[in-house]
Structure formats: C-alpha cells, structure tokens
Design a protein around this ligand. Structure first.
Ligand code: GUN
Ligand code: ZN
Length: 432
C-alpha cells in the first residue's frame, strides 16, 4: 500500500461553469491537499486536516502551484507524431501527401513501439493523462499503443482505424479483416486494466459502404465501446463524400444510417454542418469534437461552439495531433479562444479548464473515474505553474484573481507550465 499527500492550491470542478463569475461550479482550496492511496484519490481537503489525519503519508509540497485533474485529449492520432508541421496543404492533400505515407510505417511493430514511447512521453509532458487516439490501420499500431499505455497504467482509449479505400497500398484493410482485427483487439484490450477500445471508422471517404455496414455491426455488438470518426471538416471532403455516398441525405447520414449515432460517438471537427445534421446530433446525444489548432493549421474553418451548445449538444475539445500543432491542451485552449473570438463567442477560463478536465470526462462518460478529483476516482493529476516562463511570471505580477491566473495559463501556457503530471498517483516528469 502506498500513500501520498500532494500539497498545493487545489482546484476541481463540480459542474459546468455558467459564466466567469460562477463560483459555485468549482471548489478551490488555497492550502489544500490530495490524499492518494494505491493510485486512487482518497480525500481532498485542507492540508492541515489531511496531514493531521494521515501523518504516515509521504508529502510532496507543490505550493504555490495549482493541482488539478489531469487533462483529457478527446481526439488525436497516434501515428502522426512525425506529421505535425507538414507544410502547405489542406485536408485531402495533407492526408495523401504526408499523413498516409507516415502511417504506412506503423505496419512495423518495432517502429510502432518506438513511436508509442515518444507519444506517451509527449502526452504526460503536456499534462495529458487520458487521450482518445486513432491508431493506424495496422493491428501492430494498436498493440503498441495499448501495450505502452498499460506499462504506464494510463487510462487510454483508442482503436485501429478501419479504412478500405482511397488510401495507398499497405494502408487498407477489408470489411472482413477490419471486422476481425477490431473484434480481436476489443477482446484483448477493452476493459483490461485502464484501457478502453474505440471502434474507429476513419471517415466516409476511406470506408466503402460495405465497411461502414461492418462498423454498424461492431457498434451494435459492443455498445459499451466508444466510436470515433471525422465529420464535415473541409468543403472538398464533404463534396467527395457526397459523390461516394449518393444515397446519403448528408455527410452525417453515412454514419447515422448505420446506427452509429448516440452518446458514445465522437464526431471529430463537425464544422460545416447542415441544419438536419445538427438536429440529428442533438437528438441522438452525439458529441462533436472541437480541434482548434488543427482547424486553423489545415484552414478547415471555425467551429460553432455556442451554436451547437444552444441546441443542447455537448462538445468535446482536442488537439487532433498531427493536423493539430501542439500536444498541449493549454495551447488548444489558446487557439480555441481565438476561434471563438472570431465568431463573437467567449471561452472564459473557468469554462476552458472545466472543458479539458471534467467536461471531456463527461463526454466520455468517465467522470466517475477521471476529470474531477472526487474521492474514489483515479489519481490522474496535473501540477500547474503559472510563472513557468519569464513572460508568464511578469504577467502574473499583475494577476489578482484565480480566474486571471487560469487565463494566463490558458493563453501563455504549454508544457513548461506543467510542473508535474501524476498518473494513478505516480509522478511522470523528471523521474529517474
Ligand atoms: N479525416 C480523416 N483522417 C483524418 C486525419 O488523420 N486528420 C484529420 N484532421 N482529419 C482526418
Ligand atoms: Zn483527426
């Protein structure tokens, strides 16, 4: 049995902030502590109280830093670690010229394993403790992904992509092999330790109607698995999808007609939606995923967060590495803030930090396990230093409120602001 007491300024969210002045949505303890036993959060309270009750726990003093739930990245691509910053193209050319060639390499188990080590190092360096990832079409990439996640005891969600057309040799499966590989990966990994499997049809363009039917079968056979795909990211993508699925009412209908909609599905991007699609997303409880750095980098468009929310839709937020340009959920918030600014919408810091912790956990239906710092949940914790760089420290001299400090982290923060990341109670940064 191991016991750890983390001391610092503790911030956790109780509910979604209704505005910048909503102090009821969070709990903040100035001299607080988190008591961790065997990788689980046992209590969160004043440091004095917990220290008195548990004087045999090892204490780590993180003052004056902020302790929060670890960040959750709800959409990114494991085999795109070496695709980030590929110049000049929008979605379809970017996929064909840079992304598909890079993903071909993941047929090699040794390459997949080496990249998995780097990928998970990057996640924890940036304060991300849970992510939902697309692996490549190859079983080997999913094996490497889940093996490395298990080695680190991380709560990770992922799946091999199903893709059987409009991709190069070596990067296509078939309806049958995609089904068989997905089934055997689910039976091996889903629910093993902290791993969860996501059924992953890449998008309409790379799956034949027969393969889309198969993903419907997989979803029906495994209703407790998440489903992830891409939707309406780019105008050329939407036009090509309409050609490939002439019978579909719209892009969403390719997925909807196979029974894929519902609270388990994550719809990456969802930028250029038609009224019928928005109504169907709302009606089914499906979740669009906002990917700010990717949407700017690929010139895809502006995600209408407020418009979707007004329809009762709950959106996730994510990096979308490697269309996205940073592993940092803080930088994701920074770019997201600007995208919303361009549309006259606001992302205030309480909403922002709720979104990358409890908000994304709720979308994933995992808020009983991660994202909240509640007693009985898993001890995935990030330690934030708002004075991590000289320019941040200078700006912090003028910060008077918690909200101001959070906003500085939201706009100026990156991996340098992550003083420590705990996964199931174990520190991940600067450890021997
Ligand atoms: N649509 C289909 N595949 C991808 C991908 O890898 N990245 C992005 N941004 N969009 C996609
Ligand atoms: Zn993506």
């Amino acid at each position: 049995m191991t016991k750890l007491l983390l001391r610092g300024r503790v911030l956790s969210f109780i509910s979604e902030p209704q505005g910048p002045d909503d102090t009821a949505c969070y709990r903040y303890i100035e001299d607080g502590a988190i008591l961790i036993r065997d990788g689980m959060i046992e209590a969160v309270d004043d440091h004095a109280k917990l220290a008195a009750a548990d004087d045999d726990a090892e204490t780590v003093d993180h003052r004056p830093h902020l302790l929060m739930a670890g960040f959750i990245d709800s959409h990114l691509h494991f085999p795109q670690t070496q695709v980030i910053a590929s110049w000049g193209a929008q979605l379809l050319d970017w996929l064909n010229n840079y992304t598909f060639p890079a993903e071909c390499e993941y047929v090699d188990a040794a390459h997949s394993a080496r990249m998995a080590t780097h990928f998970f190092d990057e996640l924890t360096a940036h304060g991300t403790t849970t992510a939902v990832a697309y692996c490549s079409v190859h079983r080997e990439s999913a094996e490497a992904y889940f093996t490395e996640a298990e080695r680190r005891n991380m709560r990770m969600i992922g799946g091999k992509v199903l893709m059987d057309r409009n991709a190069p040799d070596g990067l296509r499966d078939t309806p049958q092999s995609g089904y068989d590989d997905t089934k055997s990966l689910i039976s091996k990994w889903h629910g093993r330790g902290r791993a969860l499997y996501a059924i992953t049809p890449r998008f309409a363009i790379t799956s034949s109607p027969e393969q889309m039917d198969v993903t419907g079968t997989l979803a029906a056979e495994h209703p407790d698995c998440h489903i992830q795909t891409h939707l309406s990211e780019n105008h050329a993508e939407i036009a090509f999808t309409a050609e490939l699925y002439p019978e579909a009412r719209d892009y969403l209908d390719v997925y909807e007609s196979r029974g894929l909609l519902g609270p388990k599905i994550l719809l990456g991007h969802s930028i250029h939606l038609k009224e019928r699609e928005i109504a169907a997303i709302a009606e089914s409880g499906s979740h669009p995923v906002f990917c700010p750095t990717s949407n700017l980098f690929l010139g895809s468009g502006l995600f209408d967060d407020a418009g979707l929310r007004a329809r009762g839709i709950t959106n996730a937020i994510a990096t979308d590495i490697g269309g996205g340009t940073s592993y940092s959920m803080l930088q994701t918030l920074n770019e997201g803030y600007k995208i919303l600014q361009l549309q006259g919408q606001k992302m205030h810091p309480l909403k922002a930090f709720h979104w990358i912790t409890r908000g994304n956990a709720e979308v994933l239906e995992l808020d009983d396990k991660i994202g909240t710092l509640d007693a009985g949940t898993e001890a995935d914790i990030v330690v934030l230093d708002a004075r991590a760089t000289s320019s941040m420290a200078l700006r912090m001299e003028k910060a008077e409120t918690l909200a101001e400090e959070l906003f500085i982290l939201q706009i100026m923060g990156d991996d340098r602001a992550i003083a420590q990341t705990y996964v199931a109670g174990k520190p991940q940064k600067n450890v021997g």
